[in-house]
Design a protein around this ligand. Structure first.
Ligand SMILES: Nc1ncnc2c1ncn2[C@@H]1O[C@H](COP(=O)(O)OP(=O)(O)OP(=O)(O)O)[C@@H](O)[C@H]1O
Length: 263
């Protein structure tokens, strides 16, 4: 399948400490890839390295088929317009309204009239399920769920092909988190987006993700469907996907068949 992002043999170090130790990963076009792993293993670091915010020591990163090491700064800026990012803290500018936040990337990269800027911001606000009057509100006037939606609207400002979401449902109650997952799935379907989602949220993995990749000790320890994760025998995957919280979510195991059923 077509990989929109291809990471090979990636090594990232901070001082003496290697966080990525030869990691390989493909993000396939049109999928929602859930990225899991124990805290502090480097999920955010990988995201930030792909985005060019953390330098790598070695390895290759291809984005939309282009090796990021062999492109010009101008070309890189063009590629950056093809992705949207939702960082863990939402990262809206507190001194700007929702509309102004959404228009920031548009002002930076596109030459649009004020009328079009307003129209596009209105569309993005509608797309993420916020009411029109959210446009003129400041982040401090919004609930946690609304902030996530507003930040998502901003990440969609330039009509990206791929979205990077870093723990998008953290801090939301289960209903809000479920609604956010539904929204991401709908956007993926309707806009043909590819989504890379760092998450600890088992619900998201079950309901929104097409595939899951798990990070451990600087490498991908497993990747595949939720079922393949459930069947995996890696100790961390077993405790994560079969622990107490996981059992509440897992579909009921098929009832054992009586022996005569196979006769
Ligand atoms: N700029 C930096 N300088 C030094 N160390 C860093 C830097 N950024 C991240 N680290 C370290 O890299 C490791 C991985 O961090 P990262 O935030 O990617 O983990 P994570 O898997 O996303 O964790 P969590 O699930 O808790 O969000 C951590 O030990 C962190 O302290």
């Amino acid at each position: 399948m077509d990989a929109i992002i291809r990471v090979r043999d990636l090594v990232v170090t901070f001082g003496e400490r290697a966080v990525m130790k030869g990691l390989d990963l493909d993000i396939r076009r049109g999928e929602i890839l859930g990225f899991v792993g124990p805290s502090g293993q480097g999920k955010s670091v990988l995201t930030r390295t792909i985005l060019g915010l953390v330098p790598k020591r070695s390895g290759t990163i291809e984005i939309f088929g282009e090796d990021v090491d062999s492109i010009t700064v101008a070309r890189r800026r063009q590629l950056e317009q093809r992705w949207g990012v939702l960082f863990q803290q939402g990262a809206l500018f507190s001194g700007l309204t929702v509309k102004q936040n959404i228009q920031m990337p548009m002002r930076e990269h596109l030459k649009l009239s004020e009328r079009l800027l307003d129209e596009f911001a209105r569309l993005k606000i509608e797309m993420v399920g916020l009411k029109p009057d959210a446009a003129d509100k400041y982040p401090s006037e919004l609930s946690g769920g609304m902030i996530k939606r507003a930040a998502l609207a901003r990440s969609l400002a330039l009509d990206p092909e791929i979205l990077f979401l870093d723990e998008p449902t953290s801090g939301l109650d289960p209903i809000g988190a479920g609604e956010f997952d539904d929204l991401v799935s709908t956007l993926k379907r309707t806009l043909g987006l590819t989504v890379f989602m760092v998450t600890h949220d088992l619900d998201s993995l079950y309901t929104a993700c097409d595939r899951i990749a798990a990070l451990g000790d600087g490498k991908i320890i497993a990747e595949g469907t939720i079922q393949q994760m459930l069947d995996h025998d890696h100790p961390w995957l077993r405790s994560y996907f079969h622990g107490k919280r996981a059992r509440a979510l897992a579909p009921a195991a098929p009832a054992p068949q009586p022996a005569y059923a196979h006769a």
